[in-house]
Design a protein around this ligand. Structure first.
Ligand SMILES: [Zn+2]
Ligand SMILES: [Zn+2]
Length: 212
C-alpha cells in the first residue's frame, strides 16, 4: 500500500509529497520543494528510507529541498527528471528571475520518458509527458490508487502559468486534454500548489479548460 505525507513548504507554498510503500518502507519524495530537513525528519520518524527524488519539473520551488535531503543520505538518492528540463535544472530552477540562488542538489540520474513505469515496492507510477508549464514537465499517474501527482500542470480551479521561460499555453492545454482529461473522473489530482481536486471536477468547473 502507498502511504502519502504531504507538506506545504517554501515561499511559493509548494506541495511536496513523501510517498512510501508500507511493506518495504522504501520512500520517494515527489517535488522536494523546500526545507528538506522537514521532509527528511518525517521519513526518519516513520522509519522510511528515501531512495529517490522524482521531479515533475525543475522549477526552483519544486527542487529547493533536494540538497538538504541528499546531504543526509548515503548513498545519494536517485533523481528523476525529464531531459527537456535539464537546462532549467542547471540554471537553479529559474530562481534567478526571483532573486534566488538555490543549490539544485544531486545530478539527475534517471531520464523520465513518456510511458515509463517507476516502481516503489509493488506500486507502479506511470510517467506522462505533459509540457506547457515547462518544456520537460511530467505527471506521475498511479491508476491502482486512483491518483495522479500532477505538479504545476493543473490545479484546483486553475492551471500552471505559461509566462515563464519554456512555457506555452497551447502546449499546456493540449497536455491537460490529452493526458489528464482522458483519465477516469474519480482520479485524485495532487498538484504542486493548492488543495487536491479530481479529474471530473476540473473537467466540469476549471475556468481555463473546463466545460462550464
Ligand atoms: Zn513550476
Ligand atoms: Zn510550482
Amino acid at each position: 500500500m502507498l502511504e502519502i505525507v504531504s507538506f506545504i513548504l517554501g515561499l511559493a507554498t509548494t506541495n511536496s509529497y513523501l510517498v512510501a510503500d508500507s511493506e518495504t518502507k522504501e520512500a520517494v519524495v515527489i517535488d522536494p520543494s523546500w526545507d528538506g530537513h522537514i521532509i527528511l525528519k518525517a521519513a526518519q520518524d516513520r522509519n522510511w528510507r528515501i531512495g529517490h527524488l522524482w521531479y515533475t519539473h525543475a522549477h526552483f520551488d519544486h527542487i529547493g529541498g533536494a540538497a538538504a535531503i541528499a546531504d543526509a543520505l548515503n548513498p545519494l538518492p536517485h533523481v528523476a527528471l525529464h531531459p527537456e528540463d535539464h537546462v532549467l535544472w542547471r540554471a537553479g530552477g529559474g530562481g534567478a528571475v526571483f532573486g534566488l540562488d538555490i543549490d539544485p542538489g544531486p545530478e539527475p540520474t534517471i531520464d523520465l520518458v513518456h510511458g515509463m513505469i517507476l516502481k516503489l515496492g509493488s506500486n507502479e507510477f506511470e510517467v506522462r509527458f505533459t509540457p506547457g508549464h515547462t518544456k520537460g514537465h511530467c505527471v506521475l499517474y498511479v491508476p491502482k490508487e486512483n491518483l495522479c501527482f500532477c505538479g504545476d500542470l493543473i490545479f484546483n480551479g486553475s492551471v500552471g502559468r505559461t509566462d515563464l521561460p519554456g512555457g506555452d499555453w497551447n502546449t499546456l492545454e493540449k497536455s491537460i486534454r490529452e493526458q489528464i482529461f482522458t483519465m477516469p473522473d474519480e482520479i485524485r489530482l495532487l498538484s504542486g500548489h493548492g488543495p487536491e481536486t479530481t479529474v471530473g471536477h476540473e473537467k466540469q468547473f476549471n475556468p481555463f479548460v473546463g466545460n462550464s
